[in-house]
Design a protein around this ligand. Structure first.
Ligand code: HEM
Length: 378
């Protein structure tokens, strides 16, 4: 016999369940419960019978889990929830609003949306490790597992995106893309703010500054106030001449957010925390940090190779930049964790390292991507 100790006066979950079930009409009951106490006793009796019946399917590791289930049953909002309501299927399916009638435009939009969803999950993982609360820059020894698991999740998400990027080549008609692309200008994946937030969470501001300025400036002078425009993605568009709409629109919408986030993560971005951790800690998470950085750079490599399938190399991107130069990882020289890139001071060494990263990825994907690059526009 299990004794359940409930404070009947205070238990709003039970109250709410009682209100929602008409126990008085239960004809199978020998004695119709009248008072609140009788109703509760009756409910518990029925409930325990029910629980025993489904005990194999529902195992609660603690009482909080059981209360969550009860809360769910009692809550008006969630009672009778359906798949389509919970997942918001109708809303989700209404979000692919094309600007033309080319069917492949739906693929283009949906695939970008898939990226944004993965980016959201990545940000959620990074948030747990980087800044769960402000100024929390110190890492304790017992967080090794959390780092390994969390960063492994991020790598897994990035790898899913890398592994699916051939959708852009084989699942998207270049002919249709070249037609509907004109109606999208000046929008570009360049403007995904979540990708930029991921970068801000990975590394301090100074390592997002474009190569050329970063190396010759005293690190203490690389302040947000003086060098905001030198962030690599901003300066690439600015250098192309009059700041193109791709950047001015983007700045107008996100400058404030980026400035806030750059400040917020300045002392708790992943690299900062990694460097501040003990040597023992660093040794344990070094492998996963390297793979994390490689997965993001690999996404950049895969993306660049597929852009080639759709935009002729001599046509500038919407930002006015020569995309084939700008998007090259070895030209950008943006390394989120510079300590792993030390000693790569010549372009030969850099080429070799980038080749090594590519070789770690499944050869089928790389082979397809390389063919795309070599064939040029289909
Ligand atoms: C057919 C598909 C695609 C084409 C032709 C394409 C083209 C381009 C081009 C030309 C650029 C350089 C900036 C510009 O001038 O626009 C760029 C940058 C970028 N695109 Fe894409 N893109 C495609 C798909 C995607 C997807 C699915 C995403 C995911 C959100 C994405 C995210 C980005 C990002 C983050 C950048 C900036 C990269 C960096 O700064 O290193 N793109 N893209």
């Amino acid at each position: 016999m299990v004794t359940i100790n409930l404070d009947l006066q205070k238990n709003t979950v039970i109250d709410s369940i009682i209100e929602r079930f008409d126990f008085a009409d239960d004809s199978s009951s020998t004695e119709n419960p009248k008072t609140k106490e009788q109703k509760i006793a009756h409910f518990l009796e029925k409930f325990s019978e029910g629980v025993l019946g489904i005990a194999d399917q529902y195992r609660f590791s603690n009482s909080a889990d059981l209360m969550t289930l009860l809360q769910g049953l009692a809550d008006n909002e969630s009672k009778g929830v359906t798949y389509w309501d919970y997942i918001e299927v109708d809303t989700l399916l209404s979000l692919q609003k094309t600007k033309t009638n080319y069917p492949d435009e739906v693929i283009f939009i949906a695939y970008h949306q898939i990226h944004e969803l993965y980016f959201k999950l990545i940000i959620q993982e990074l948030e747990k490790i980087t800044c769960p609360s402000k100024f929390e820059s110190f890492v304790s020894a017992d967080q090794v597992q959390q780092w390994q698991d969390g960063l492994q999740r991020v790598i897994r998400y990035m790898n899913k995106l890398i592994g699916s990027i051939d959708i852009l080549k084989y699942g998207l008609s270049s002919k249709e893309f070249s037609k509907f692309r004109k109606s999208l200008l000046p929008a570009s994946g360049f403007q995904t703010h979540q990708f930029r937030l991921i970068e801000i969470m990975l590394t301090p501001f100074e390592y997002l500054i474009k190569s050329g300025i970063r190396e010759v400036t005293n690190p203490a002078d690389l302040t947000l106030e003086n060098h905001f425009d030198d962030i690599y993605w901003r300066s690439a568009v600015m250098a192309a001449g009059q700041p193109a709409k791709i950047l001015t629109n983007f700045n107008a919408k996100y400058d404030r957010l980026f400035t806030e986030q750059l400040k917020y993560f300045s002392t708790c971005n992943l690299y900062f925390k990694y460097l501040a951790a003990s040597e023992e800690f660093r040794n344990k998470v070094k492998g996963v940090m390297i793979r994390l950085e490689e997965s993001i750079l690999m996404w950049k490599i895969a993306h660049l190779k597929t852009v080639r399938a759709h935009i002729p190399i001599f046509v500038k991107g919407t930002g006015g930049v020569h995309w084939s130069e700008y998007l090259e990882v070895k030209n950008q020289k943006i390394y989120y964790f510079p300590v792993f890139w030390e000693g790569l001071d010549t372009s030969e060494k850099l080429d070799k390292k980038i080749k090594e990263i590519e070789e770690k990825y499944p050869s089928k994907i790389m082979q397809e991507l390389n063919e795309i690059w070599e064939d040029g526009q289909a």
